[in-house]
Design a protein around this ligand. Structure first.
Ligand SMILES: Cc1cc2nc3c(=O)[nH]c(=O)nc-3n(C[C@H](O)[C@H](O)[C@H](O)COP(=O)(O)OP(=O)(O)OC[C@H]3O[C@@H](n4cnc5c(N)ncnc54)[C@H](O)[C@@H]3O)c2cc1C
Length: 571
């Protein structure tokens, strides 16, 4: 007769557990299952099946009750989500509602979350750039934060690896500060963007305007068709979920790929409460989960655990994983868990008009959103009174519009006569922020969430460095805009709270020294070797690049290492 208890434990035992099914967790699932590991992916949110669960993907504007605007009531109930540019009637079902998942804001912080299978991979803007050595060397050079334990050469092959599978559109621009990748054809710049590029090339030898690189299948390869994905249709309705799989998401790409191996168990509606540490074995043995439907507590077991719950939730899970050995959170021997968090400074924008190139207009849609200006400040040497630098988004549009003044016959005349105005030019800053000890997250001592898990208390803010950087961005961009003949230039401080950039990073940083970091060069907890963190929590510094491509590459690299270590019996 079968021993029910043993059978049940057997059923709950896997080779690998991955916490979270978003961009990084999807990659861990793919890598582990491809390498033959029986893998459990635990996801706190509901299941979202590619295509089937994209209810708004083919809707016309008039099919939305409020034409895709959020009604006032929703804005009141969900101020944080509403401050995200991508939150609308068409995408709201992929966002966390503020009141359902409260947290404590010691300082104002917009924590934008997507709790479902696929996480925020359904919502992201798909901008993808590699880091360079200038980014990895930043902390060592100026002494803020600790030195990264890796350099560009360690991650370069893994960038190539994830780019090939995901599909990244871009040009080979040959820039040391923004290494080229394995690209599909880029989405071209329009006439005004090209004009700006040429002017900048002529006047500023170290500044470049390039086509933005993005995770879209501009011209799919066989590996993308094999995933069931097709060419991007330039609909730019991406945040609804793409029925063509035109952009990279876990749902369209890594998760179905992992599923095909027969090695994947995906368990949605499963909130990870904590990681279970066995002091006799000196390692983690599993994960405690709360089933959100039954509220039942269930333990799952595995040899290796990857924490991919997105930076802040990964901090929460580790802080909540307390044991006699780790009373302050798993791996937290040095008390630094949750500290040295950082984000991207998106608090500056500049707009202008351009009356040249009027023989051209914009037509069609560019899913890459136009151009990208890689960081040009403090790249080769410290040259300003602030540390690190900023990248900038850049785009130009020339839209047809109608004069809607007048009534009756007058109005009719206006409506049938389309006008083309000057080019509208726009840019916003994407600045590196410096990780600081007092920019931190911790468990609130009394407040709990619906599952009895302590709420997170967040204390993260801008500093003087960020303000100086913003002033420099205004000055430099104004100068560059004037050089290009742009007029009506207006600079604007954008009231974006930390977190609204949705590039929160750190808290479980990588480093060479276990006294000053939590993870080693393989994203492995220094003091609990079978637990790996490969989402934004692992980031020692933030660079200026959009971060998700780096999470993907670090994840694939760490999975490869973990499997090799498992085979050697080292985990
Ligand atoms: C509107 C928008 C635009 C963006 N644009 C870009 C961009 O252009 N480029 C870029 O690089 N990045 C962009 N990002 C950020 C990008 O989405 C994130 O960096 C990326 O999704 C992080 O991947 P992840 O795996 O760490 O987290 P996620 O993709 O968020 O996945 C984490 C998963 O873990 C689950 N989870 C959390 N806690 C638990 C728990 N306790 N138990 C079980 N499961 C849990 C969540 O439900 C989620 O599914 C954007 C994000 C948004 C919302």
């Amino acid at each position: 007769m079968a021993n029910i208890a043993i059978d049940s434990i057997k059923e709950r035992t896997f080779d690998a557990i991955v916490i979270g099914s978003g961009i990084s967790g999807g990659w861990a699932a793919k890598e582990f299952t491809e390498k033959g590991l029986k893998t459990l992916v635990l996801e706190r949110g509901r299941n979202v099946e590619h295509i089937k669960d994209y209810p708004t993907t083919n809707k016309f504007p008039y099919e939305f009750e409020h034409r895709n605007e959020m009604p006032f009531k929703d804005k009141e109930a969900n101020p944080i989500a509403n401050r995200c540019y991508a939150y609308g009637e068409d995408s709201q079902h992929f966002f966390v509602k503020d009141n359902e998942h409260p947290y404590v804001q010691e300082k104002p912080f917009d924590w934008i979350r997507g709790y479902q299978v696929g996480g925020k991979s359904l919502l992201w803007a798909r901008q993808t750039q590699r880091w360079s050595d200038f980014d990895f060397e930043g902390p060592a050079r100026d002494g803020f934060s600790v030195d990264w334990p890796i350099r560009y050469k360690d991650i370069a092959p893994w960038y190539t690896y994830v780019e090939r599978f995901s599909g990244i559109a871009g040009n080979k621009d040959g820039l040391a500060e923004l290494p080229d990748g394995d690209f599909l054809p880029a989405f071209p710049l329009n006439a005004a963007e090209n004009h700006f590029r040429e002017v900048i090339k002529g006047k500023y030898p170290n500044r470049h305007v390039i086509s933005a690189r993005c995770a879209h299948l501009s011209k799919p390869n066989q590996i993308h068709f094999d995933q069931g994905r097709g060419q991007c249709q330039n609909r730019i309705l991406c945040q609804r979920g793409c029925p063509f799989g035109g952009y990279f998401s876990s749902n369209a790409s890594t998760l179905p790929w992992a599923q095909k191996t027969g090695k994947l168990t995906l368990r949605p509606l499963s909130v990870v409460h904590s990681i279970i540490y066995d002091s006799k074995k000196g390692k983690a043995v599993g994960v405690k989960v709360i089933d959100t439907t039954t509220k039942e507590e269930i333990d799952f077991y595995a040899d290796v655990i990857f924490v991919n719950a997105s930076a802040i939730n990964t901090n929460l899970i580790l802080l909540n994983s307390v044991s006699d050995r780790f009373p302050n959170g798993l791996g937290n021997d040095n008390g630094l868990l949750g500290k040295y968090m950082a984000f991207h400074n998106y608090s500056a924008a500049i707009t202008a008009e351009f009356e040249g190139q009027l023989q051209y207009k914009t037509d069609g849609r560019n899913p890459a959103s136009g151009g990208y200006i890689p960081r040009f400040r403090n790249v080769y040497k410290q040259e300003t009174d602030f540390l690190r630098g900023y990248a900038a988004a850049f785009s130009a549009r020339r839209k047809e519009w109608n004069d809607t003044n007048g009534v009756g016959e007058d109005l009719k005349k206006h409506l049938i006569k389309k006008e083309l105005g000057p080019w509208k030019i726009g840019s916003h800053m994407m600045g590196e922020t410096i990780p600081k000890e007092n920019n931190q997250v911790k468990l609130d001592s009394s407040l709990k969430d619906s599952w009895g898990i302590p709420q997170l208390s967040i204390s993260i803010d801008y500093d003087e460095n960020d303000h100086k950087m913003r002033a420099d961005y205004f000055e430099q961009m104004k100068d560059m805009f004037e050089s290009a003949g742009f007029i009506n230039i207006e600079t604007r401080i954008v009231d974006r709270r930390p977190g609204n950039d949705i590039h929160e990073m750190g808290g479980v940083r990588m480093g060479k020294d276990s006294n000053t970091s939590l993870l080693n060069e393989w994203n492995q907890l220094h003091s609990c070797k079978n637990v790996f963190v490969t989402d934004g929590a692992c980031m020692t510094s933030t660079g200026t690049q959009n971060p998700s491509l780096t999470y993907m590459a670090l994840t694939a690299r760490a999975c490869d290492y973990a499997v090799a270590q498992l085979k050697k019996g080292n985990l």
